[in-house]
Design a protein around this ligand. Structure first.
Ligand code: SAM
Length: 246
């Protein structure tokens, strides 16, 4: 696993015309996107012990192969949009590394009927991946300009099953709870109790837990059908901190 903490891998220089083909958009970034998918597959093999699997769900990999990441990064980063590393999106925030997005999504066991909450919309990329797999995605972003831009970009991409809200995701989104799956994409010092409360029995949450300027642990939270909660540490990660007044 080479690039979990954001080191650059391959340089990809492509230009950006989009060509609609049979209902899907073939674009000139397709080769770069496929190279990114191959890198994710290699990283998964290298971390198979921690993940307890050699390959991710093919549905997750199909989503990684189809979401146009280049439409969700700032224009000046178009040429590196498919590098397997986090990228800056302004306001001190990042779009997460594709490998991390893929494993977090995989760990949630999302089905086409799932209703999913994301805390930390950022660029909207993780929300788009989730929306390829789930019935409905609710996503909360605390930095207003980021949330507004993500909402606009996701609308332009045609996602009609994503609702973006501006606010503090620590408290979840009670009106739409309970959720089959919850993903938190910023590091918390603890698992927010409101999110545990809003997780459906039988549901899963994935969240980076740890101190803000240190390596954190990606934690999988599972709630069984009786409502008992268990946690499992998956692997070390580094995320921007979960902010807000909590
Ligand atoms: N999921 C994003 C993507 O695909 O681009 C990446 C998210 S970035 C690593 C973390 C995001 O969480 C930032 O945009 C940050 O502003 C947001 N965030 C931090 N604390 C938050 C909170 N309490 N509620 C909602 N969003 C929060």
């Amino acid at each position: 696993m080479k690039h979990r903490f954001g080191y650059c891998s391959i340089a990809v220089f492509v230009v950006g015309l989009a060509v609609p083909v049979a209902g899907h958009t073939r674009d000139l970034y397709e080769d770069a996107r496929m190279a990114m998918v191959e890198e994710i597959e290699a990283d998964v093999r290298q971390t198979s012990l921690a993940l307890d699997k050699e390959a991710l769900d093919p549905r997750v990999m199909d989503a990684m192969a189809s979401v146009p990441r280049h439409r969700l990064v700032p224009d000046e980063l178009l040429d590196v949009a498919y590098e397997n590393r986090p990228l800056p999106i302004g306001h001190g925030q990042t779009i997460s590394q594709p490998y991390i997005v893929a494993i977090m999504t995989d760990l949630l066991n999302i089905t086409p009927a799932s209703r999913v909450l994301e805390v930390g919309t950022g660029s909207g990329y993780q929300a788009a991946i989730l929306a390829e797999l789930a019935e409905q995605v609710y996503t909360i972003e605390i930095i207003e300009p980021l949330g507004m831009l993500a909402r606009d970009n996701l609308e332009k991409l045609g996602y009609d099953n994503i609702e973006v809200r501006i606010g503090d995701g620590y408290h979840g989104w009670q009106e739409h709870a309970p959720f089959d799956a919850i993903v938190v994409t910023a590091a918390a010092s603890h698992i927010p109790p409101p999110l545990i409360g809003q997780l459906k029995a039988g549901g899963r949450m994935i969240i980076p837990v740890g101190s803000r300027f240190m390596v954190q642990q990606l934690v999988l939270v599972a709630k069984d059908t009786e409502g008992n909660v268990t946690t499992r540490q998956i692997l070390p990660v580094r995320f921007v901190p979960l902010t807000g007044s909590h």
